[in-house]
Design a protein around this ligand. Structure first.
Ligand SMILES: Cc1cc2nc3c(=O)[nH]c(=O)nc-3n(C[C@H](O)[C@H](O)[C@H](O)COP(=O)(O)O)c2cc1C
Length: 194
């Protein structure tokens, strides 16, 4: 079995901690199964925020009036078995570019059931979402808080969720070995959640 993985990065920085942790996670996962991965950096996509127009509401599947590449990314989400968000904590919260993406997933919301639209229910019920959030400060709760919007939309839509909270991150590559190991272990664990 080949597991299709989509990595949604959320850091503007080159060689970001987010990308290193996502890579370590993939290393762990690929020690258990064959994977096919694709990475999209949401920080570079400049997605607009949701305007709350609800033009998406009567549509059967995902649809958004704002044509800025969001629908294409959502198609990649639908086509993947695992979706990994990897981003830094910004002021004790989720960075704006990732929040814009999360807000736009309201286009999957079904007003009748207050869950995911029926056409996507089976697809999401099999999918695992992973959120790797990382902070400079020590304290996993800081990362957990920043991951909460991702966890919320994932669980509201009936998908599986795994949080990987890596605090106390240093900028220098060689000082993060503990966090890198933790990300790798989380990748190994993710296999059992599939
Ligand atoms: C705008 C901004 C806000 C930040 N806010 C926090 C914060 O509230 N708490 C914290 O621990 N680190 C904060 N940081 C530090 C980053 O979370 C930290 O350096 C992280 O490891 C960077 O990850 P990256 O390399 O993936 O971008 C902030 C950094 C920036 C640029």
């Amino acid at each position: 079995m080949v597991v299709k993985v989509l990595v949604l990065l959320g850091s503007y920085r080159e060689n970001s901690s987010s990308s290193r942790y996502a890579k370590a996670f993939l290393e762990g996962l690929s020690s258990k199964t064959q994977i096919e991965s694709k990475t999209i950096n949401l920080a570079q996509k400049k997605l607009d925020g949701c305007t709350g127009c609800y033009a998406c509401s009567p549509k059967e599947s995902f649809y958004c009036v704002i044509k800025d590449g969001f629908e294409e990314i959502m198609q990649e989400v639908v086509d993947s078995d695992i979706v990994i968000f990897a981003y830094p904590v910004y002021w004790y919260a989720i960075p704006g570019e990732i929040k814009n993406f999360v807000d736009r997933t309201v286009c999957l919301f079904d007003m009748k059931t207050y869950g995911i639209k029926p056409s996507l229910k089976d697809n999401f019920s099999k999918k695992l979402f992973v959120c790797i959030s990382n902070s400079a400060e020590e304290g996993k709760s800081i990362c957990e808080r920043a991951a909460y919007p991702v966890q919320s939309f994932v669980e509201s839509y009936g998908a599986k969720y795994q949080g990987v909270y890596l605090s106390g991150t240093q900028r220098e590559d060689n000082k993060n070995q503990n966090q890198i190991n933790e990300a790798k272990q989380a990748g190994i664990k993710a296999f059992n959640k599939l």
